[in-house]
Design a protein around this ligand. Structure first.
Ligand code: ITT
Length: 195
């Protein structure tokens, strides 16, 4: 069974492929780079689940393949859950600019004391099948936002985020360690177990 993961992020394709190899070995996973290019709908929904479904439905419509898509971001409690679905472009640029996003987040939290800097990475992962069946699952990684960036692994807000139970940021731990506890790892494993 050929399944599309609607992303151009090769790291995400590798991560889900490894999970599926154990949970659903009959699935052959391909990314957007392996299918004919189609116009991607902008992520305009107000929830992670809404955006994941939008991308997965799009994939089915244009390729005829069962399609998985995820949407994720950082929800900071002191900011009432923002940047949330706006995480990728929080600093307002049209391109994703991780350094600008991190600088803005630090600025916004400058007066927030250490004990109130809790946050969660959240991921919604959706699968839509050609017969119209849809499933959405969620994963979360709780932690806190520190005061200066540390570490060079990962991407996005990883250098500012210390997962609960860790002293290091998610940019200082290995990809395998992060996948084992991450919002996306949890959502992908849940989805894989239900395919
Ligand atoms: P797609 O092309 O698959 O949409 P993306 O790079 O836009 O991938 P997401 O939608 O999964 O990534 O995430 C949106 C933003 O949320 C991303 O640009 C980061 O700023 C942040 N984010 C999500 N997951 C993260 C993680 O594991 N570590 C750090 N930042 C993350």
């Amino acid at each position: 069974m050929r399944v599309l993961l609607a992303t151009r992020n090769a790291g995400k394709v590798d991560e889900l492929r490894q999970i599926l190899a154990e949970a659903a070995p009959h699935v052959e996973l391909v990314g957007l780079d392996a299918v004919e290019e189609y116009p991607e709908t902008p992520e305009t929904e107000l929830t992670f689940a809404g955006n994941a479904l939008l991308k997965a439905r799009d994939g089915v419509k244009h390729t005829g393949l069962a399609t998985i898509a995820d949407d994720s971001g950082l929800a900071v409690d002191a900011l009432n859950g923002m940047p949330g679905v706006l995480s990728a472009r929080w600093a307002g640029s049209t391109n994703k600019d991780d350094a600008a996003n991190n600088a803005l987040l630090l600025d916004q939290l400058a007066d927030v004391p250490d004990g109130l800097r809790s946050a969660q990475f959240v991921c919604a992962a959706a699968i839509v099948r050609p017969d119209g069946r849809e499933l959405v699952v969620h994963g979360e990684m709780p932690g806190r936002v520190i005061r200066e960036p540390k570490g060079a692994n990962g991407f996005g807000y990883d250098p500012l985020f210390v997962p609960d139970g860790f002293e290091l940021t998610s940019a200082e731990i290995s990809a395998a360690e992060k996948n084992a506890i991450s919002h996306r790892g949890k959502a992908f494993r849940e989805l894989a177990s239900r395919i």
